[in-house]
Design a protein around this ligand. Structure first.
Ligand code: DQA
Length: 143
């Protein structure tokens, strides 16, 4: 079954952006890993990244129309975007929220809230890039 892995703002710079927090794997490498991990689980994975909130809303609307599963790292939008909140609310396939770091353990208080969690079947955070593999595993278990 089809899974969209959607990554939000600044995640296109993975590998170069604050590697002490987000690691050294690039977004292109992450995308290849997600496709390979998905294939092992029998999932047809497509990975996308955008810095533009409206583009992300469009992709979530597409996922709602398709009824497909979504693995979402909404990055900073996680903490304040009601447009992303509303887009997630209408999904019919499972939604898994992923974060590379553990936002709740970070010093900025704004990171301690998530507008995604109310709609997610599971939150995977603090596992680095491997969190995407765990999230795809959650999707696979749900069928
Ligand atoms: C993040 C955590 C967010 O707080 C942050 O804004 C990001 C990445 C993560 O994957 O750890 O951009 O979602």
């Amino acid at each position: 079954s089809r899974v969209l892995v959607l990554n939000g703002p600044n995640l296109g710079r993975l590998g170069r952006r604050q590697p002490e927090i987000y690691g050294s794997t690039t977004h292109a490498e992450l995308a290849d890993l997600c496709v390979a991990w998905g294939a092992e689980l029998g999932l047809d994975v497509e990975v996308r990244q955008t810095n533009h909130e409206g583009v992300m809303v469009d992709w979530l609307n597409e996922a709602a129309d398709d009824g497909c599963a979504v693995v979402l790292n909404a990055a900073a939008w996680t903490h304040y975007s009601y447009a992303i909140y509303d887009a997630c609310a209408q999904l019919t396939g499972p939604l898994v929220e992923v974060h590379i770091s553990e936002p709740k353990q970070r010093p900025e208080v704004f990171r301690h809230t998530s507008v995604i969690t109310p709609h997610a079947v599971q939150v995977v955070a603090g596992l680095g890039i491997d969190g995407y593999r765990v999230a795809l595993g959650v999707v696979a278990e749900r069928g």
